[in-house]
Design a binder for this molecule. Structure first.
Ligand code: PLP
Length: 314
C-alpha cells in the first residue's frame, strides 16, 4: 500500500480570505479562488512589480498616476503584459464594480511568471498580470489613526538604491518586516528604516514627513515616490506651505513639531510618538490636520477622481 495520500484527493483550502474580486488569466474570480503557481518567480524570487490604488466612496483616486508608475516599473524590469493602460484600467474598474465595494484596496501585479522548463533565464518566463479589489485597508488601524501612531525609529538599513531602484514598487520587504518586529519589541505600532548614510528612509508601506517651524521635509533618496507623497507636494504648493525633499538626519525627528506618514493604504496618518516619546505636545498637529482634510477633499475633485460604475442590482 502506498504511503502517499491519494493524489486525486480533492484539495480543500481551510484558510479564509477577505471578500473581493480578482482578475487572473482572463477571468474574474472570488478572492478565495485566486491562486498562482508555486513555480512563479514572483513567488519564488520576489521577481515582480506591483501597485496599489484605492477607491474611496466609489471613486478611484489618481488611478492614472498609479498606472503610469506600474508601467514604468514593468519597463525597468523588462516585463510586459498583453494589456495596455486602458485595458488595465478597465480590469481594475471591473474588479471593484463586481466586488460591490465602495471603499477598496486595489492591487495590480506583474510577476515574472513561469517557463515550461523552469529555466533560470528570466527572458524565458511568461509574465503574468493579476489584479484584485478587497476592502480598503490602512497602515494604521482606527484607534491608531485617532491617537496618532507610535513609530519606532530603527537603524535597520532599507535595501539601498544601488541594489534595487526603490522607485520601482517591489516585494523586497524582509528589511521592513525586520523593522516591524524591532518596533513591536518596544511596543511601537510600526517602524521607519534608514538609508546608507543613516538618514531617514521609509517604512513598511509608507513615506515619512517631518514638520518643523511650519515647513515640511521628506526624504529624497532611498524611497518609493509615493502617489500620496506627490499629493502632499501638490497640497503644499496650493496651500503655500514649504515642502522639500532632502536628506533628513534621524536626529531631526527629535526636534520635529509634527510627524506624519503617507500611504495609499490609509492616506495621511499622524505620528504622535517616536519610540514612546511624544512628538511636540503629543497631539495631532494643526498642519497634519489641515493636510489630511485637503487630501480627502481631493478625492471628489474631477482632476483626480474616476467613478466606478457599479452594476445595477434590481
Ligand atoms: N514606500 C513603500 C515602500 C511602499 O510600499 C508604499 C506603499 O505601499 C509607499 C512608500 C507609499 O506609496 P503610495 O503613497 O503610492 O501608496
Amino acid at each position: 500500500m502506498s504511503i502517499l495520500p491519494a493524489l486525486s484527493a480533492r484539495h480543500v483550502d481551510h484558510r479564509s480570505y477577505p471578500v473581493g474580486v480578482a482578475y487572473m488569466d482572463g477571468q474574474y474570480l472570488p478572492m478565495a479562488e485566486a491562486k498562482i503557481s508555486i513555480l512563479d518567480y514572483g513567488f519564488l524570487h520576489s521577481d515582480a512589480t506591483y501597485d496599489v490604488a484605492h477607491v474611496w466612496k466609489g471613486n478611484f483616486f489618481r488611478l492614472d498616476d498609479h498606472l503610469e508608475r506600474f508601467c514604468r516599473g514593468m519597463e525597468q524590469l523588462h516585463m510586459s503584459v498583453p494589456y495596455d493602460k486602458e485595458q488595465m484600467r478597465e480590469i481594475l474598474h471591473n474588479c471593484v464594480a463586481l466586488s460591490g465595494l465602495k471603499d477598496a484596496y486595489v492591487e495590480f501585479i506583474c510577476t515574472r511568471g513561469t517557463s515550461p522548463t523552469f529555466s533560470r533565464d528570466p527572458r524565458d518566463a511568461e509574465n503574468r498580470f493579476i489584479a484584485f479589489a478587497i476592502p480598503f485597508g490602512s497602515v494604521a488601524n482606527e484607534e491608531q489613526q485617532k491617537r496618532g501612531l507610535n513609530l519606532a525609529v530603527t537603524d535597520i538599513l532599507r535595501i539601498p538604491p544601488a541594489s534595487l531602484d526603490p522607485t520601482v514598487k517591489n516585494y523586497h520587504w524582509l528589511d521592513m518586516v525586520r523593522a516591524l518586529y524591532a518596533g513591536y519589541a518596544i511596543e511601537a505600532d510600526s517602524a521607519v528604516l534608514v538609508d546608507q548614510e543613516g538618514n531617514l528612509s521609509e517604512g513598511p508601506g509608507f513615506n515619512i514627513f517631518v514638520v518643523r517651524d511650519g515647513e515640511i521635509l521628506t526624504p529624497k533618496g532611498s524611497v518609493l515616490h509615493g502617489i500620496t507623497r506627490q499629493t502632499i507636494f501638490d497640497i503644499c504648493s496650493g496651500q503655500d506651505i514649504r515642502c522639500e525633499q532632502q536628506s533628513i538626519p534621524v536626529d531631526a525627528l527629535k526636534a520635529a513639531d509634527e510627524v506624519f506618514i503617507t500611504s495609499t493604504a490609509g492616506g495621511v496618518m499622524a505620528v504622535t510618538r517616536l519610540g514612546g516619546q511624544a512628538v511636540g505636545d503629543g497631539m495631532i498637529g494643526t498642519i497634519t490636520q489641515r493636510i489630511t482634510k485637503c487630501y480627502w477633499d481631493m478625492h471628489t475633485d474631477a482632476r483626480y477622481a474616476s467613478t466606478v460604475r457599479y452594476p445595477d442590482i434590481a
